[in-house]
Structures are given as C-alpha cells and as structure tokens.
Design a protein around this ligand. Structure first.
Ligand SMILES: *Cc1c(COP(=O)(O)O)cnc(C)c1O
Length: 402
C-alpha cells in the first residue's frame, strides 16, 4: 500500500478546485475533469428498475440472492446484443458491479507473481490494483514515475497510439483499453490483430477494457468495438466492460466480464473456471435492481435507442471541444470514438497547464501526467457535461488561449 503513488490524482484535483473556489467565491467553475456521466438516465430504464424495486415489497415479487454470475436473461442479452456474430455464449458473460471491480477481481485471480503490461498513458486502475496485489515485488523498485516490474507501453501520437510490439518484453498479462482513457484513441482492426497475435505468441492474457465501446463511431473505417472481432481473440482475451459510460450507470453500478471457454492456462485448464470461483467467493452477484436496468438498456429497440441518444449527446459535446481546440491551433487527439479529448501543450508540464487553465478560465481539466509518465505535456478534457456548460467552457478557453 505504501508504494501506491497514483491515488493522489482525483483528490488532488478536487482540493485544487476547492482552493480555487475559495479564492474566487463568485466564479462559476465548470468541470470537464473527472470522467463521470451527467445526463439523466432515460425513463424507460429507470421505470423498469422502479417497478422491479416496488415488487420487492410484495410476496410475489420478492427475490433474494440471484446467481453469482448474473441473471440468465441479462447474460443472454449481452451475448446477443453487444457481441453479435462474435460467438460469445451467455455462459461466458459474468455480470458484475462494474469494470473497476472486475479489474480487482481479475488481479485477485492472477495473484502477485504475474508480470503485467499497460499502455502509457492509461486508466490508473490496472497499475494500482497490481501494486495493491504486490506485483511490484520486494524492494522499492520504482523510478521516474514508473514501477520497474510493470511494462509501460508508450502510446503517443508519434506511434499512432500503439506500441511497437517488437520491442515490448513478454508479460503474463496485458491490460489494454480501447477506446482509451485518457487519450480517446480507438485501436484499429490491424492494431488489435497485432496485439492478439503478440499475446498468442507469448502465451499472455489480454485484459481488454471496452468501457467506451459505445462511443466508437459507426461511420467510415469502423474500429472494432470488441476484441472478439479479431480472429483468435477467444484464446487469449478477457473483455471487461460496463454500463457506466454506456448508460449513465456510474452510480447504479453494473458491468460485465467475458471469459471465453477457449482461454486456457498452460496446463490446459480453463481460466473461466477459476474466475467463476473468485466471483462466487468474493462477490455474490450484482444488484438485482441494477440488472433489471441493464436488461432494459438492451432488450428492446426503444431501450437501445434511448441509451444511444444519451451517448450521442456526449459525442456532440466532444465535437465542440475538438473544434474549439483545433481552431486555437492546438494538437488535438481522441474525440471521434470517445468522450475524451487529448490536447498537447508542447514544452509545458501537465499540472502547469491545468493550473493556468483553472486560474484564467475557471475550467477543470485533468493533467495528462496523472495517467502515466507518457501523459506529460497533455491534458484530458471530458465531454461529460451539459451542452450549455461545454459551450461556455469553450468560449472561456478561446478567449484565454487565442
Ligand atoms: C470509468 C472506467 C471504468 C470503470 O467502470 P465502472 O464500471 O464504473 O467500474 C473502467 N475502465 C475505464 C477505462 C473507465 O474509464
């Protein structure tokens, strides 16, 4: 626990926000910072949850523990609607209380002796849960903001946000997030094919985080929304995903992990069997109310449309952000397939840029360096806010940066 260094990011940002508000009591601070959703959940989904919840007060409607792996109907809906034609069986889908929690349970499954690789920059949860597990080993081996036993795969504009795998050492596990938080970059089909082949050659497990799959644009050269669109992935990849950014369930809590039957350890036993054991031992299944909500997001065309419209709103916000930074002559990445915009400030430190923007515009962003050393010199700007506030924030940024 003492080796954890990433915990400071979001608490540090909220401390600075409070200090700023104290200094400027009348300032209307706009947060384009933390990746939390802001739009209301469509009522077709909440009414299904509320009807089920009220039923719990009746003898006919009451239900206790459900299956640890989740309701059959929801597992089936995910297999069919999220993974059409990808050969995912409902029994391979494990319903959870969110992707963050599945990361921790997977780390419990892998144990402390595995080696892991992560993108740099990336969502801090993979490294932090690994450090908590003890994957950093005995003595303090950290340097330059990195833990020396963890492999950091640099993902930058210079390499199309994809590592040169020929130079990446073998690890037991590779955490890969696409569309990526924070860069917003969605890996191409060819990039994911390379990743799967690399893992197959090395006998590594890929943990593919597709929390932002629903933000992948449908048009043009469609990027994969799932690792299982790539041939051979069933033998090497676990996919974790979530209703959080897809349906505004950040507070409701619902996610899933797919562990295919063909994913085997070197001795030929199934990884899914052990994951099932971890889930039954350390989790007792996701909230039944949340699962009813999840089913309402997927089961009907109306539900799917309602959720799609909310994601569309954030994607429109992203467009406004990208256009604003581009008009200011900034190097801007992400945005097309994610709710995040990744902006470069050459020659400046991320925290410096964060502080300057806050001081001059009262807008909260996230310093890129908080996602790994490779994020230095960038800031992440989130589209999770109302259109009105995003437009207002863009006007302030324009008058400051122009
Ligand atoms: C938000 C986020 C999660 C967490 O999802 P929950 O289901 O809310 O736990 C996981 N992965 C990434 C990359 C995220 O940005």
């Amino acid at each position: 626990m003492e080796k954890l260094r990433n915990g400071y990011l979001f608490p540090e940002i909220s401390m600075r926000r409070e200090a700023h508000q104290k200094k400027y009591p009348d300032a209307k601070v706009i947060s384009l910072g933390i990746g939390d959703t802001t739009e209301p959940i469509p009522s077709i989904i909440t009414s299904a949850m509320s009807e089920y919840a009220l039923g719990l007060s009746t003898p006919e409607g009451y239900q206790g523990y459900g299956p640890e792996q989740g309701q059959k109907s929801l597992r089936k809906a995910i297999a069919e609607k999220v993974y059409p034609n990808m050969g995912i069986r409902d029994t391979e889908v494990f319903i959870s209380d969110g992707a963050q929690c599945d990361i921790a349970r997977l780390q419990m499954l892998f144990g402390r002796d595995v080696t892991i690789a992560v993108q740099d920059p990336t969502f801090p949860g993979y490294v932090d849960s690994g450090v908590i597990m003890g994957q950093t080993g005995g003595a303090d081996e950290s340097s330059g903001g990195r833990y020396s036993r963890i492999e950091y795969m640099r993902c930058a504009p210079e390499n199309a946000f994809f590592p040169d795998l020929a130079t990446v050492p073998r690890t037991d596990v590779i955490f890969f997030c696409s569309p990526n938080n924070p860069t917003g970059h969605a890996a191409s089909r060819e990039q994911l094919r390379q990743l799967v082949d690399f893992a197959r050659g090395n006998g590594s497990i890929v943990v593919f985080d597709s929390a932002y799959a629903s933000y992948v644009s449908a048009d043009g050269d469609k990027k994969p929304r799932s690792i299982y669109e790539v041939p051979g992935a069933r033998e090497v990849a676990i996919e974790i995903s979530s209703f959080s950014k897809f349906a505004g369930f950040t507070g409701v809590r619902l996610g899933w992990a797919v562990v295919p039957d063909e994913l085997l350890y070197a001795d030929g036993t199934r990884v899914a069997r052990d994951f099932d054991r971890v889930v039954c031992t350390s989790f007792n299944g996701a909230s039944s109310v949340a699962q009813v909500g999840g089913l309402a997001c997927l089961a009907t065309e109306e539900g799917r449309d309602a959720v799609r419209r909310v994601v569309g709103k954030y994607k429109d916000n992203t467009r406004v952000l990208v256009d604003t930074f581009r008009a200011l002559g900034k190097e801007v990445y992400g945005g097309d397939d994610s709710p995040y915009v990744w902006v470069r400030f050459p020659g400046q430190r991320s925290w410096e840029v964060f502080a300057e923007i806050l001081e001059k515009t009262h807008v909260i962003t996230v310093p890129g360096s908080g996602f790994g050393p490779g994020g230095e010199g960038f800031i992440r700007v989130s589209a999770f806010n109302s259109r009105e506030r995003v437009v207002e924030a863009c006007a302030r940024l324009t008058s400051f940066l122009a």
